[in-house]
Structures are given as C-alpha cells and as structure tokens.
Design a protein around this ligand. Structure first.
Ligand code: SAM
Length: 234
C-alpha cells in the first residue's frame, strides 16, 4: 500500500482552501509536499510544481516518486514558465512578502480569474499593500500556528478593494473573526513598539518612530475590537 503523506499545519491550512478539482501551480514548491498531498488525497488531479532552483525541484521529483503521484515540473522564476490556461489556482507559500509580490507583478494574468493562495513568511504588510494597489482583492485570510509561530494565509483574486489603513496592512484585512487574531495583534504590537523605541534613539529615526507609534495605536484599537467581538465576559 502507498504511504500517506502528512502535511504540517501551515501547509495543511493552505491545502484546506484548494477547491476540489482545481488545477494548481505550486510556485516555489521545494519539497513538493503540497501538490503531492493534494494529488494523493484526490483533491486535485492536475498539479504543476515549480521552483527557481534545480535542487528543490529535484526534491519535489523525489517526493512525487516516493508517493507515486504524477505531476508536471517547471524550473523557472515565479510563473515565467507557466501559462495562464494551465492552472486556475496558484499557490505561493513559504517566501517573503516582497518576493511573492514581485512574482505576481511579473504575471499580471493572475488577476484574470485565478485563485491565489499566498502565505508570506515575512512582510505580509508589504504583500497586502501590493495586492490592494495592483488590482487584487483579498477574499479570505486566516492564521495558522505551526511549531509555535503564527503564519497568515491570504486568498486573493483579481478585483478591487479599498486601500487598507496602515494598521490593517500589518494586522490583517480579513482576520477580525480569526480565533488567533488577538494573539497575532499582541505580538505585532510588541514587535513594532520595540522597533519604534529603537528608532527613537537613532539619529534619523524619529519620523519613522512616530509613524510606527501611529500603527501601534491602531493595532491596539483593533485588538480591543477583536476582544469585544470574540471574548465573552465571565
Ligand atoms: C522555504 S521554501 C518554501 C517551500 C514550500 N512552498 C513551503 O511553503 O513549504 C521557498 C522555495 O521557494 C523557491 N523560490 C524562491 N524564489 C522563487 C522564485 N522567484 N520563483 C520560484 N521559486 C522561488 C526557493 O528555491 C525555495 O525552494
């Protein structure tokens, strides 16, 4: 009997949002676990695994052999080697927010009906700002805890949305009912307050420190709203 692949919580949360029957492109696939799991469980029948580097793509080939699943492999930068008709769902996970944004910028066709599942490891605020300013709409967002770290996952499509406030860029556009949002906001408040504190000591850091103070204030307001909506008074 074929062995069953188990996904870590971060990848499982992304997989849970893939529509049954979707044709997926997993950009920056590395080990290839996500497309192999989706094929193995029958959620999808067609998948492309791509990576900019040969060695991770070789890892994905090994995973697909090990679990007996067939898929396409592409060695390319972002979506450069994938045409719009080949996939209706594009996953870009485990990379920095700026890298994800630059991959989308090189492939404007991703605004034309494709479902995007994006999981930034850093600078999610940059990615949210990019999406809002480049003809995308964030349709869903969620947080997942994996090995003690909270990761945001965004679902986006072509469309328009109001420019998010600085607090929303950092704290999430559509996370208000997420059970982990309070914790996420608290950790951002701590991180940005410490950054502002450091900047206040630096020679040219005052202006940015004031900017960060404003973001922290907005995040504190968002946390209060989240607490009012999600915590019952005992
Ligand atoms: C940390 S791994 C993430 C693997 C998997 N997507 C995940 O979330 O677990 C990042 C992968 O993205 C690839 N990568 C980075 N920039 C890329 C780009 N512009 N185009 C395609 N792949 C890229 C790297 O080679 C690496 O294999």
């Amino acid at each position: 009997m074929q062995r069953r692949l188990e996904l870590q919580p971060r990848l499982q949360a992304i997989a849970d949002w893939v529509r049954p029957g979707a044709r997926i492109a997993d950009v920056g696939t590395d080990h290839g676990y996500l497309p192999v799991w989706l094929l193995q469980t029958g959620v999808v029948e067609y998948a492309i695994a791509s990576d900019i580097n040969e060695s991770p793509l070789e890892h994905a080939r090994r995973t697909s052999r090990e679990y007996g699943q067939q898929m396409e492999f592409r060695l390319c930068n972002g979506l450069d080697g994938i045409s719009p008709q080949e996939a209706d769902t594009v996953v870009i996970a485990g990379m920095g927010g700026e890298n994800i944004a630059s991959i989308l910028e090189r492939a404007p066709w991703t605004r034309e009906g494709h479902m995007l599942l994006l999981q930034p490891m850093s600078k999610p605020e940059y990615l949210r700002g990019f999406l809002a300013g480049h003809g995308y709409r964030v349709t869903r967002e969620r947080l997942v805890r994996d090995k003690g770290v909270l990761y945001p996952i965004l679902e986006a499509k072509g469309g328009s949305m109001a420019t998010p406030s600085p607090g929303r860029l950092h704290g999430g556009i559509a996370l208000a009912s997420d059970p982990l949002e309070g914790e996420y906001l608290s950790s951002l408040i701590g991180k940005l307050s410490r950054a502002a504190q450091g900047l206040r000591q630096a020679k040219d850091g005052r202006e940015r420190a004031v900017e960060l103070d404003g973001i922290v204030q907005e995040l504190e307001k968002m946390r209060k709203e989240w607490e009012n909506a999600n915590c019952s008074a005992d």
